[in-house]
Design a protein around this ligand. Structure first.
Ligand SMILES: [Zn+2]
Length: 125
């Protein structure tokens, strides 16, 4: 039945973006990551901006993302944001003759994002 499959899809323990089922790599798309601040762009918005897939909680799709895809998304978002800043600065140069170098976030900074630590897991001792 179609409805059964819809339920299976929603509960599926796979990464929505690569279908990996490596369980310890998976985390909820909508849970705030420990390294995110209130100023961080939410992951669903980063996904929308980079890969043009609209992702929302009740869309009936798997709710999980793997660490590699999380990292790639954040890197892609950083790259896109940097490109936009450069483009804006170049356009400002056209108008004003001033080329100011905007702050570019290093993609390497994203290394801190992985591995994802599930907040509910107590540390092993
Ligand atoms: Zn993935």
């Amino acid at each position: 039945m179609m409805e059964d499959r819809a339920n299976i899809l929603r509960e599926m323990k796979v990464c929505r973006f690569c279908l990996s089922n490596e369980e310890r790599e998976l985390s909820n798309i909508y849970d705030k990551h420990s390294t995110e601040t209130k100023h961080s762009v939410p992951l669903p918005l980063q996904i929308m901006a980079c890969i043009a897939i609209e992702v929302f909680k009740n869309d009936g799709m798997p709710q999980l993302i793997c660490n590699p895809c999380r990292k790639l998304t954040t890197q892609a978002y950083t790259f896109k944001t940097n490109c936009k800043k450069a483009d804006d600065a170049l356009k400002v140069f056209l108008v004003t003759g001033q080329l100011s170098k905007p702050y570019m976030q290093k993609v390497d900074e994203m290394k801190q994002i992985v591995p994802f630590q599930k907040p509910q897991q107590p540390p092993k001792n």
